[in-house]
Ligand binder design. Structure first.
Ligand SMILES: *Cc1c(COP(=O)(O)O)cnc(C)c1O
Length: 427
């Protein structure tokens, strides 16, 4: 049994370069007091469930922000080993780090850049680039020339979110620029060394992002789909007229859906969907639990009781003494505070679980630790404390306690916390 596990583990390690080091946040397994256990079986099951819903559209696994706090090396490595090939992150540094983890055969895209971003390393590493401005389009072309490799581009359209992407008017300018590029001199002929596409640029996709897909009754989602579809048709016409010099109009990757859209829209618009939150087993929909959606939470944040003491009635707890005991009771001290990403705003509201029972967090959550009033409960020094996830409070409960959303609760888990793969068969 032990040797079987050992073999399995070494095989998995060999197939996932960099799995136990994290270039994004440089997390090592250091023996941190607070640990995030990552349930790879749940992650893979969520990916299967979501891909089934999306089909025939493809799943793009969104792993930005250290895989929503879950640890990009474990998450992306595990999904890649299970056969998933398409990944998205926000920024070029995230994309380059992911390329290191996954190797050449993963399809990686990034869509948030600054005016000074140098795209040459990304083009050289085969990163697909989401482009939202004319200046960015020009900069990517220049990078392709310098990198000696064709740049793969997804044009990003603002279909109503009012965030990134070309506005409909600016999109017209982008299409004109593409027509000029297609009509212009072939860079290969004028000295661009080895660029793989005749213009140095290949439009491989068109993308947009929804504003209110988590509120299925709202009309704006259909309006965004209409704006996006019109942009797609115009792009397609330009690519067709360019007869292959800007990419294949029939192979355009069309993507607008995020988690809430993937879980609510039928039919789903596009050829793929960019899914983040739902992959991690969390629900983007108000009033619907992960279980309602067939998803399993992937993260379990645990700590342990490191001090346990009797305190009399009238005793305060933590900075500011914002909580005072009513009776004789016992305080359990639990490592875990805002330095670990646990929201201080949940002070005097949150609960944790010890041996399957809930206890209140009393007084202010500090940088490193919090105080739990365990009364006469069956609690010992060294007991495991479930702060978040299966067996304890959900990310949704933490979100309510701290006036935020489940996305933020997991993403803010800090670099001090070790992410460790859950041993197989544990849950
Ligand atoms: C973060 C992000 C996503 C994923 O959104 P979820 O709601 O987590 O699925 C998709 N697209 C873009 C552009 C994003 O920034």
């Amino acid at each position: 049994m032990t040797s079987e596990l050992g073999t399995d583990d070494s095989r998995r390690r060999a197939s996932r370069p960099g799995r136990y080091s994290c270039p994004v946040t440089r997390i090592e397994s250091s023996g941190s007091l607070v640990r995030a256990e990552i349930d790879e079986a749940a992650l893979r099951a969520n990916a299967e469930t979501l891909a089934g819903r999306l089909s025939p559209a493809r799943l793009k696994c969104i792993v930005k922000a250290n895989a929503y706090g879950h640890g990009i090396d474990i998450v992306a490595g595990s999904l890649f080993a299970a056969g998933w090939r398409e990944f998205g992150v926000a920024t070029i540094p995230e994309a380059l780090a992911l390329r290191e983890i996954l190797g050449e055969s993963a399809v990686i895209s990034a869509w948030l850049h600054g005016p000074e971003t140098d795209f040459a390393p990304a083009v050289g590493a085969g990163i697909e680039i989401g482009v939202s401005t004319l200046a960015c389009l020009d900069s990517v072309r220049d990078a392709a020339r310098r990198a000696g490799r064709g740049a793969r581009v997804h044009l990003k359209v603002d279909s109503g979110l009012g965030r990134n992407g070309f506005s409909p008017a600016d999109f017209d300018d982008a299409l004109h620029r593409l027509e000029e590029i297609a009509a212009g001199p072939v860079p290969g002929a004028s000295g661009a060394p080895g660029a793989s596409s005749p213009t140095g640029i290949e439009i491989v996709g068109i993308m947009s992002h929804f504003a209110v897909a988590d509120e299925p009754e709202r009309a704006e989602t259909a309006e965004q789909v209409a704006v996006f579809d019109s942009a797609r048709r115009r792009l397609r016409a330009v690519l067709t007229a360019a007869s292959g010099r800007l990419g294949d109009p029939d192979r355009l990757d069309i993507h607008i859906a995020n988690s809430p859209a993937a879980l609510t829209l039928d039919p789903l618009p596009g050829t793929s969907a960019r899914v983040g939150l739902a992959l991690y087993g969390l629900s983007p929909l108000e009033g619907r639990t992960p279980a309602d959606l067939g998803l399993r939470p992937v993260m379990r944040l645990v700590s342990e009781v490191v001090n346990l003491k009797h305190v009399p009635a009238g005793h305060g707890a933590s900075y500011g003494l914002t909580y005072t005991t009513e009776h004789d009771t016992r305080f359990a001290l639990v490592p875990g505070g805002y330095g670990d990403g646990i929201p201080r705003a949940a002070s005097n509201r949150a609960e944790v679980a010890i041996r399957g029972r809930r206890y209140p967090v009393v007084g202010r959550i500090a940088m490193d630790q919090m105080v739990i009033d365990v009364g006469e409960g069956a609690v010992d020094l060294g007991d495991e404390v479930v702060i978040l996830g299966p067996g304890g409070p959900s990310a949704d409960e933490w979100a309510t306690w701290s006036d935020t959303i489940n996305y933020e609760i997991v993403t803010r888990i800090s670099a001090r916390v070790d992410r460790t793969p859950l041993p197989p068969g544990t849950r």
